[in-house]
Ligand binder design. Structure first.
Ligand code: ATP
Ligand code: MG
Length: 451
């Protein structure tokens, strides 16, 4: 254990303090002047510093100022017989944990020492957890340690090297575009372009020209030849976003292009061979669209050689704290607010929310949190304020939840289990510990609730 450093020019005080520390089982080193203590602290950090205020050579405040240059974290207790308000304020500003008037009551000092050490330990544990979260495994620019996301990432790694078409499905904001990008970046086509086209944002005729290009005079408004996205993406990847919104006529044309590997710009009869890998995405149910005649089945099979399904955030709650911290760190940097963090209770609040807008919605909430939080930590109070009111778990349960007690209890149990999994990064043993039940019982409940 690191020592407690005692700095006091009075021999008797030093003795008393050392005896007290020894009784508390704490190793200590005592100095009768600040410069020597600083020299020691420069070599080895300490668990706690107890310092007098009035000392020859260098007084306690100067000492504290120098100490803070070395280490901003060590807790310090300042003791003095000449305590003035100004000195106390100054010491507080320099991050002294406590200020104690001499002659001190031994018991009070003992409590104070124990509390300071406890606080420091807590803080360093939190920092450790934070660093762990920051170091959470990344896949390209994506956060995702939940098993469902790990599966997605490994599928991406398998399909990326091929030139097969990939269809990415998932609710809005689940990260479909990021996955499309990752497929490209991990493919042999990475040095060519990744071209994205949103099929729902562009009306039919224009979309056709966007895809295949046109020659001058092909239609009114076509003042010059224009290259389509297929040609821009030649050798690379074309990402067709919201493919479910493409009109049926264009679907037929797209299918032909995919079969033949050749495009014909509108208004020309020139055939241009293209080598393009297609990744598409949709948040619609394409099977339903097919049965309603809004989507061609043959095109569906062409696009869907591999399917990557992105699970909604509420089905991978273990990822919510990590994602939230990732976004918070990002906005902290962007806004010049330094390292922003999320405390455990706030992480719990976020993890129990339902997130209909998925990662995008969480990102927006964290952006507001970064702007609104007063200090470097986002706490549960702020998190609750930022969530849409209907998604407050308490309100949910009260207003819309079931009434029969058995169902209410089951719902509460399910939420507690999800929270414990989120808190422990999906570690079942640790989660069972938090819940105060055995691991076997937890497994039974996981099965029961389909978690
Ligand atoms: N796993 C993740 N890690 C980090 N950021 C993510 C992750 N998933 C999504 N995001 C972020 O969330 C936002 C939404 O992601 P994206 O645009 O890829 O979603 P989408 O599924 O394409 O949504 P939509 O269907 O609405 O187009 C983006 O800002 C993206 O960077
Ligand atoms: Mg998208």
């Amino acid at each position: 254990m690191r020592p407690v450093i005692v700095v006091d020019d009075d021999h008797r005080t030093r003795r008393i303090l050392q005896i007290l520390l020894e009784r508390m089982d704490l190793p200590s080193l005592a100095f009768d002047n600040a410069p020597e203590a600083l020299q020691q602290l420069g070599q080895e950090s300490a668990a706690l510093v107890l310092t007098d205020l009035r000392m020859p050579h260098m007084n306690g405040i100067e000492f504290l100022r120098e100490l803070r240059k070395l280490d901003r974290e060590i807790p310090v207790i300042v003791m003095t017989a000449y305590g003035t308000v100004e000195a106390a304020v100054e010491a507080m500003k320099l991050g002294a944990v406590d200020f104690l008037a001499k002659p001190f009551d031994v018991e009070a000092l003992e409590t104070l020492i124990a509390r300071s050490l406890d606080y420091a330990r807590h803080r360093s544990e939190n920092r450790f957890l934070r660093e762990q979260a920051d170091r959470a495994p990344r896949f390209e620019e994506m956060v995702g340690s939940a098993p469902a996301m790990q599966e997605v990432f490994s599928l991406v790694d398998k399909v990326a090297p091929t030139r097969s078409s990939v269809l990415i499905t998932g609710e809005t904001g689940t990260g479909k575009e990021l996955i499309a990008n990752a497929i490209h970046r991990r493919s042999p086509r990475a040095d060519k372009l990744f071209v994205a086209l949103n099929c729902s944002a562009i009306p039919g005729e224009l979309l056709e020209s966007e895809l295949f290009g046109h020659v001058r005079g092909a239609f009114s408004g076509a003042h010059a030849d224009r290259e389509g996205k297929f040609q821009s993406a030649d050798g690379g990847t074309l990402f067709l976003d919201e493919i479910g919104d493409m009109e049926v006529r264009l679907q037929a044309k797209l299918l032909r292009v995919l079969q033949e590997g050749v495009i014909e710009p509108i208004g020309s009869n020139r055939r241009v061979p293209v080598d393009v890998r297609i990744v598409s995405a949709t948040n619609h149910d394409l099977a339903a669209a097919i049965s309603e005649g809004r989507f061609r089945e043959d095109l569906y099979y062409r696009l869907n050689v591999f399917c990557i399904e992105l699970p909604p955030l509420r089905e991978r709650r273990a990822d919510i704290p990590g994602l939230a911290r990732f976004f918070l760190a990002q906005f902290g940097r962007e806004l010049g607010r330094g390292a922003l963090s999320l405390d455990e209770d706030a992480a719990d609040v976020l993890a129990t929310n339902d997130w209909p807008g998925n990662a995008r919605e969480l990102r927006n909430v964290m952006e507001r949190a970064a702007v609104l939080c007063d200090g470097p930590v986002v706490d549960a109070k702020l998190a609750l304020r930022l969530l849409p009111p209907s998604s407050d778990p308490e309100v949910d349960a009260g207003d819309e939840g079931p009434f029969e007690l058995q169902a209410v209890v089951a719902e509460a149990e399910r939420r507690a289990i999800l929270r414990s999994l989120a808190r422990t990064d999906d570690n079942k043993v640790a989660a069972a510990g938090l819940l105060g039940i055995g691991e076997r019982t937890l497994w039974t409940k996981l099965k029961k609730y389909g978690i």
